[in-house]
Design a protein around this ligand. Structure first.
Ligand code: ARG
Length: 472
C-alpha cells in the first residue's frame, strides 16, 4: 500500500525518507505493534465494526507475522515506520481487505500505545534486577556486621562504622530507585489506544476491550493528552538517571577504595584491566566506564526534556525523535545495573586496613565528647571544645587516640574551664575504641551489629513481598 498515493504526487527523496524514518529503532516495538493490531482488530470484530471473516483473516496473518518475526517485513525507509510495514505485510498476504485493520486507529495512538507496552516490560525487568542486587548486597552485609571501616564526611575521616552499615546504605538507595520505578509504572500502564489521531473516532469502538487484551490498568481519559504526552518517558528516564546515580556513587567508591592510598578493597580481576605499557597496573575500568555512563543517562534525560519542551498539542513528529533516547537510556541503565552488581558483589574487603583507618585520625572523638556530656553533665558544646583542643594538642605532640588518658584531658579542661574533668580511664579507652564506638550506636538506622541486623531483617521482609509480586 502506498500511503502517499492519495494526497501526494511525488515520493519523498531518498534522503528525506531516510531522515524521517523511525524504522531503525521501531524494532523495539515490532511485537507490541503486532499485538496491538490483533487486539484492535479483535475489538472491531466484537463490536461488529468490521466484517467478522475479514477480521479473522487479518488476525491469522498477524499471528503468522508474529511467529515469522520482523525479518519478514519490508523495512525500506520509504515505508516510514513499523506501523506501515506491518499493515503492508498484511496487505501483501490478503489484499486490500487488510485496510480494514486501520479503521478507527491512527499511528499516533498506535505508537504511544506500543511504547507503553514495551516500556512496561523493560521497567519490570530492571526492577527485578534491582531486587536481585539488593539481595546480593544483603548477603554480603551479613558477613560484615563487625567489619569496622571509617566513614567519611567531606571525604575526611568522620566516624567509625561497619562495612555492613555502608553496604546497607547502598541497598536503601537502590530500594528507593526500585520504588520510584514502581510508581512510574502505574502511569505507564495506561492505554492511549482508541484516541486515534487526537479526537477518538465516530466508530463505536470499545476501549475497555483493547485495554483488557493489552493488559493495561485502564485507558487514558483524554484523547488529545493520550496521543502527545511523553512525560511517562521523561519520568522513566529520570528514575533511571537516579538509579545510575546510586550505581555511579558505588563505582566512585570502588575506584577510590581500590587505590594504593585507601587500600580498602580489591576489585576482582574479572572487572579490572591492565595497562599496555605499565605491567604492574590493575585498573578499575568497569567502575570507570559505569561512572561515565551516568553522564550518558543525564544527557538522554536532558535531550528528552528539551525535545518535549514547547511542543504544541497534539501529535507532532518531534515526538518520534525522543524514542531512540528512551531505548538507549533503558539499555544503558540496565547494563550498568548488571555489571555494577557483579563487580560489587565480588570485591574483597581488607578488614585490617578498615580497622587501621578507623583507629587513625581521632575518628572516635565524637564519642569521647558524648562520654563527657554523659558523665559530667556538661553541655555538648563545651565537651566538643575540650575534645577539639585535645585533638589539636595530641597532633602537635604526635600522639594517637590510644595514647590519650584521663590526665591529658584534665590538663586541657583545667586550661579551658578552670576545673579538672576526672573521667574514668576505662570510659576514655572504650570511647576511643572504634569497634566499641560502633557497638554503642544502638539507635535504629545506626551501625551497631544489632541495628544493622534489624535493618537486614526489615529489608529481607520487603524483598520477599516484592519478589512474590513478580511470581504472581
Ligand atoms: N514513527 C512515528 C513516531 O514514532 C509514528 C507515528 C507517526 N505518525 C504520523 N502522523 N506520522 O512517532
Amino acid at each position: 500500500m502506498n500511503l502517499r498515493a492519495g494526497r501526494l504526487g511525488k515520493k519523498m527523496t531518498e534522503k528525506a525518507a531516510d531522515f524521517t524514518s523511525s524504522l531503525e529503532f521501531d524494532k523495539y516495538i515490532f511485537e507490541a505493534d503486532v499485538d496491538l493490531n490483533i487486539a484492535h482488530t479483535t475489538m472491531l470484530k466484537q463490536e461488529k465494526i468490521i466484517d467478522s471473516s475479514i477480521a479473522d483473516n487479518i488476525i491469522t496473518v498477524l499471528k503468522k507475522l508474529k511467529i515469522e518475526g520482523i525479518e519478514s517485513l519490508n523495512l525500506d525507509p520509504s515505508v516510514e515506520d513499523i506501523h506501515m510495514a506491518v499493515e503492508n505485510y498484511v496487505t501483501d498476504q490478503i489484499g486490500e481487505e487488510a485496510g480494514f485493520m486501520h479503521t478507527a486507529k491512527s499511528r499516533n495512538d498506535q505508537v504511544a500505545t506500543d511504547l507503553r507496552i514495551v516500556l512496561k516490560v523493560k521497567i519490570r525487568e530492571i526492577q527485578r534486577d534491582i531486587l536481585d542486587f539488593i539481595q546480593g548486597i544483603i548477603e554480603m552485609a551479613q558477613e560484615h556486621t563487625k567489619t569496622v571501616i571509617i566513614g567519611y564526611t567531606h571525604l575526611q575521616h568522620a566516624q567509625p562504622t561497619t562495612f555492613a552499615h555502608h553496604l546497607m546504605a547502598y541497598a536503601q538507595s537502590l530500594k528507593r530507585d526500585y520504588e520510584r520505578l514502581d510508581d512510574t509504572y502505574n502511569r505507564v500502564n495506561l492505554n492511549p489506544l482508541g484516541s486515534a489521531a487526537m479526537t477518538t473516532t465516530s466508530f463505536p469502538i470499545n476501549r475497555e476491550i483493547t485495554t483488557e487484551i493489552l493488559g493495561f490498568d485502564s485507558y487514558m481519559e483524554n484523547s488529545m493528552d493520550a496521543v502527545c504526552s511523553r512525560d511517562f518517558i521523561a519520568e522513566t528516564v529520570f528514575d533511571l538517571s537516579l538509579m545510575v546515580t546510586s550505581l555511579g556513587k558505588i563505582c566512585e567508591e570502588m575506584v577510590l577504595w581500590s587505590t594504593h592510598e585507601f587500600n580498602l578493597i580489591e576489585i576482582s580481576d574479572e572487572f579490572s584491566s591492565t595497562s599496555s605499557i605499565m605491567p604492574q597496573k590493575k585498573n578499575p575500568d568497569v567502575a570507570e566506564i559505569s561512572r561515565g555512563k551516568t553522564g550518558v543517562l543525564y544527557g538522554e534525560l536532558m535531550t528528552i526534556l528539551t525535545i518535549l519542551k514547547a511542543i504544541p498539542y497534539t501529535y507532532n513528529r518531534d515526538l518520534q525523535e525522543i524514542t531512540p533516547h528512551l531505548w538507549n537510556s533503558v539499555e544503558t541503565a540496565h547494563a550498568m545495573l548488571d555489571i555494577v552488581k557483579d563487580m560489587l558483589l565480588t570485591i574483597k574487603i581488607n578488614s585490617d586496613r578498615g580497622l587501621e583507618l578507623a583507629r587513625a585520625n581521632f575518628a572516635t572523638a565524637t564519642d569521647l565528647a558524648d562520654v563527657i556530656v554523659r558523665e559530667k553533665n556538661m553541655p555538648f558544646r563545651i565537651a566538643h571544645k575540650i575534645v577539639g583542643r585535645m585533638v589539636t594538642d595530641a597532633i602537635d605532640l604526635n600522639l594517637k587516640a590510644e595514647d590519650i588518658d584521663s590526665k591529658f584531658l584534665d590538663n586541657i579542661c583545667m586550661d579551658l574551664t578552670g576545673k579538672k574533668l576526672d573521667i574514668d580511664e576505662d570510659l576514655i579507652k572504650k570511647s576511643l575504641n572504634p569497634l566499641e564506638n560502633v557497638k554503642m550506636r544502638k539507635v535504629p538506622g545506626g551501625p551497631s551489629p544489632e541495628m544493622v541486623n534489624m535493618a537486614i531483617e526489615n529489608l529481607n521482609e520487603y524483598l520477599k513481598t516484592e519478589i512474590n509480586k513478580f511470581n504472581l
